[in-house]
Design a protein around this ligand. Structure first.
Ligand code: DGL
Length: 273
């Protein structure tokens, strides 16, 4: 029994693209994944709603023994992380930690670009929050960042339409919009953990020479670094090498789809919040 697994959270399947890389990098720890599929997508929801849903899920992770929770969801990181860290943690878990994906990505994104022109694609929630503009400017003040919100991309993935011919229209449209803002973009960040599932189609519509960057490996490396720098937290996380999955949606469906995201069989249990 894993007493203190590391919690990994997403609105749905997307966080599995991050979990996969974390488990590859740090296989010794225990992990607990929750996809709030019943309420996904988060990306088009109001600030208060994303905050309330995310807080509820973080409290569930704590009730399961997690001392460290990763919000492997850009929308939740943009809209809920700061409030949870500043307002809620002192009350519900002063000895616990909740980390997001925006800061670790912003710390490194500028180093991928030679032209100094970067594109960021995400949900309307993430893009409209301006979080990436603010964070990237802190670490790479000379980089020009252009953003594009893609409201249809998560629904395409959550509804298993991401390989369909219908997906082409929305993928091509948003890539075109982004590149129209700045033709010198040489690196595009997929600032949504669902988007790596669209990578084949994205590459199909992109001119050659533009690099597409997913977050999984970046977040995994950053977590490894964090645990090295915080041995008191690392020693608090149990190390049995287990991975357990929960979904607020349909477990059967999660198992089928989740296996594609993880690249390994997934057995999820139903969570009623
Ligand atoms: N994977 C989430 C993200 O990174 C998707 C958000 C949503 O549910 O719209 O933003």
């Amino acid at each position: 029994m894993a007493d203190h697994p590391i919690g990994v959270f997403d609105s749905g399947y997307g966080g599995l693209t991050v979990l996969k890389e974390i488990v590859r990098k740090l296989p010794g720890y225990d992990y607990l994944y929750l996809g709030d599929n019943a309420r996904a997508p988060y990306g088009t929801r109001a600030f208060d709603t994303v905050y309330a849903y995310t807080l509820q899920c973080v409290e569930w992770f704590f009730s399961q023994g997690c001392r460290l929770v990763i919000l492997a969801c850009n929308t939740a990181s943009a809209k809920a992380l700061r409030s949870i860290q500043q307002q809620d943690l002192p009350r519900i878990g002063p000895d616990k930690r909740v980390l997001g994906v925006i800061r670790p990505t912003s710390e490194i994104i500028g180093s991928f670009s030679e032209s100094g022109h970067v594109g960021v694609m995400g949900t309307p929630g993430t893009i409209n929050s301006g979080s990436y503009l603010i964070e990237i400017a802190k670490f790479f003040p000379g980089i020009r960042v252009s953003q594009e919100a893609c409201p249809m991309w998560v629904p395409l993935v959550e509804h298993h339409e991401h390989e369909s011919a219908g997906a082409d229209y929305f993928i091509e449209k948003h890539l075109r919009n982004l590149l129209a803002q700045d033709p010198n973009i040489d690196s595009i960040l997929l600032a949504c953990t669902h988007y790596p599932l669209l990578i084949n189609k994205i590459n199909q519509f992109l001119p050659s020479g533009i690099r597409v960057i997913a977050q999984g490996e970046i977040v995994a490396n950053s977590l490894a670094d964090y645990l090295d720098r915080h041995p008191e937290i690392a020693s608090d996380c149990s190390k049995g090498g287990t991975v357990r999955f929960f979904t607020t949606g349909d477990p059967e469906e999660f198992n089928t789809q989740g296996s594609l995201f993880m690249g390994a069989p997934v057995q999820a249990s139903k969570l009623v919040l």
